[in-house]
Write a protein that binds this ligand. Sequence first.
Ligand code: GTP
Ligand code: MG
Length: 445
Amino acid sequence: MTSVDHSHAPPSSTSQDIKIIKKVLNGYVGFANLPKQWHRRSLRRGFTFNIMAVGESGLGKATLINTLFNRDVMHKSGNKLNNLDEDQEDDFEDAETEPSEKEGEVGVNIKSTEAEIEEDGVKLKVSVITAPGFGEALNNIDSWKPIVDEINNRFDSYLEAESRINRSTVVDNRVHAFLYFIEPTGHSLRSLDIALMKQVHEKVNLIPIISKSDTLTDEEVHEFKRAILADIDHHGIKIFSPSVSENEDEEVVANTKHLIETFPFAVIGSTNEVQTGDGRLVRGRRYPWGVIEVDNEDHNDFVKLRQLLVRNFLEELKETTANVLYEHYRTEKLRKMGIEQDNAVFKEFDPATKQEEERALHEAKLAKMEQEMKAVFQQKVSEKEKKLQRSEADLFARHKEMKDKLTKQIKLLEDKKVQLEKQKLLPQEPSPQPAPQKSRKGFLR
Ligand SMILES: Nc1nc2c(ncn2[C@@H]2O[C@H](COP(=O)(O)OP(=O)(O)OP(=O)(O)O)[C@@H](O)[C@H]2O)c(=O)[nH]1
Ligand SMILES: [Mg+2]
């Protein structure tokens, strides 16, 4: 930007040409502020995160979710299966207002619990979707169906909202993370586990976890993990794996790789504080032989799970849901409806195609310019040619004219010559006036 400093340039006519232009050296456009703007907007609107937690009854789903957000998001069941620390139950405050789930109900239901939590002024709306009744029937062949239906319905309502004209109000209810709770048997996956995971792995970010891992020894956990990964691999089940970008900080890369190596996480949950042998107050579970600490990486993988779900990869989970899983669902759905997606419509989103398009456009422009230049040149040449032709014709005409003139002169001279020669022959014949001719001859000499 330039500005004229009038104090240096008085408006007198004499100094009109001597304007002193001061350049304001301010190249700062201000887009570096974008993250802050985005941050403020996000703070105002808050973040949403939808987790589906599925596993058989009493596997510690509610406890783990509460441990994850460090508050009573979920209602804990009275099921004491594997609960070695029953006195902890007394401290629990029931935070959920929803009616108590599934007494005497048959089949799988879907339940959603919402909670809005705030940390340092940042709002997070968590929605926890559970499937009470899963795996409880005598025949669990179709146990997964209501779960898959729920995931699909959520995709469908997003698809519907997205195709409405006013998109600003689209609420994202899609499942961003799917925690599958594996019973700590120490053996291998059961057919129910495999059937469920196979049904959902292409629709959600599947995160299998071994729950209540305090009921297994370290060796058992190690062996169980190995067996689970082998099963998952054998059945071609895809589990969520955070992306590792080598461009990132070395420490971040190492940490992410370490997370992946620790799959599937073996976790414990507890919102109760207990005192350790050395007098520390920690979240954990007390045993006659000591305390198992929730937030201690040497004791279990809870800290890693929290990193994966909340601290480091919440955005990536949401992005993968939107860009990969939902996109896949949408394309498949449209294909089934007989609407083949016209990829040309999405061309501009593909940088390679866009670049190619721009190159083609540029080339076409160049070709057009070349054509125009050629045309101008051609025109100039033909004009010159015409001019040359015209002057050639001119010259020719002039040449002809001169030639004609000369021919005429030659003829005239020749005629004269003949006449003279005739006259020359005359003196041999008697001449009436010999003397003046002589004198003329003498004059000519
Ligand atoms: N040993 C042990 N017990 C746990 C752990 N997590 C939860 N429990 C106990 O297991 C019982 C069931 O826990 P919930 O969190 O209610 O389990 P749930 O999966 O929500 O159960 P349903 O709602 O019936 O499906 C409770 O008594 C918990 O105290 C754990 O990591 N280790
Ligand atoms: Mg529960």
